[in-house]
Write a new protein. Sequence first.
Length: 285
Amino acid sequence: MRVDAHHHLWKYDPTEYGWIDDSMEVLQQDFLASDLEREAAAAGVDATVAVQARQTVEETEWLLDIATESKLIRGVVGWAPIASSEFARELERLQEQPLLKGLRHVVQGEPDGFLDGKAFHDGIKMLEPTGLVYDVLIFGRQLAEAVRFVDRHPKQQFVLDHIAKPSIATGEYEVWSAGIGEMAKRENVACKVSGMVTEANWTTWTAEELKSYFDRILELFGPARLMIGTDWPVVNLASSYEHWWHVVQAWMKPLSAAELSLMEGEVASRIYKLDITKEVMKETM
């Protein structure tokens, strides 16, 4: 069973997706479920988790509607106003959606200290009893702040997106390595092997260049707390969907069959509580 634990969908609008600038022309188009299905089939992916790309409840609802109709998308990590006084009401309503598996905020775009804020912590406290996951989206420089944040919520399940986005293109490693080493000590944190090629040089990166980062997170988290994501379609800036899977497969080649199974699908399925049907399981055997 192969699970893509992190991808996006969107109907492109330059106003709503202002972060997609002219250097990202390949992303300035629609990426819908039918496009995802073609990519997933070519890469042997059996199930996916769709993740928010805009900070609106409307997008969360749109993703949930798509997932309801899809045989491939088994869960959604959406957005809700966690730091808002309206969060309790929104959370109660969204909880009625069985395909909602977690929430995320684009903390990488927030000022330093955002994760120390009381309002955001109060919202995460409301999240804890629901069983929903919180995806942590940060840059490597924000790891110390994120560790403080996680420590205030020891019963909450967290997933660290994109190995905390170290600046691979500039050779950032030592500070990131120390920071993610501290984060990995928290057993309630899992990590996504995703988003790496777009933090490297888009045109000159090599699998060998990225391997030291992969080796470090494998050492720290182990196969039982790692999952694979493509970050599609953002990955298209530097790789294809299928090629990213080939790269990760090559890194994982020394692993045992059991360890490989954990990283390729079992960890994502367990943490996000994905409903992987018996039919899918039979197809992948």
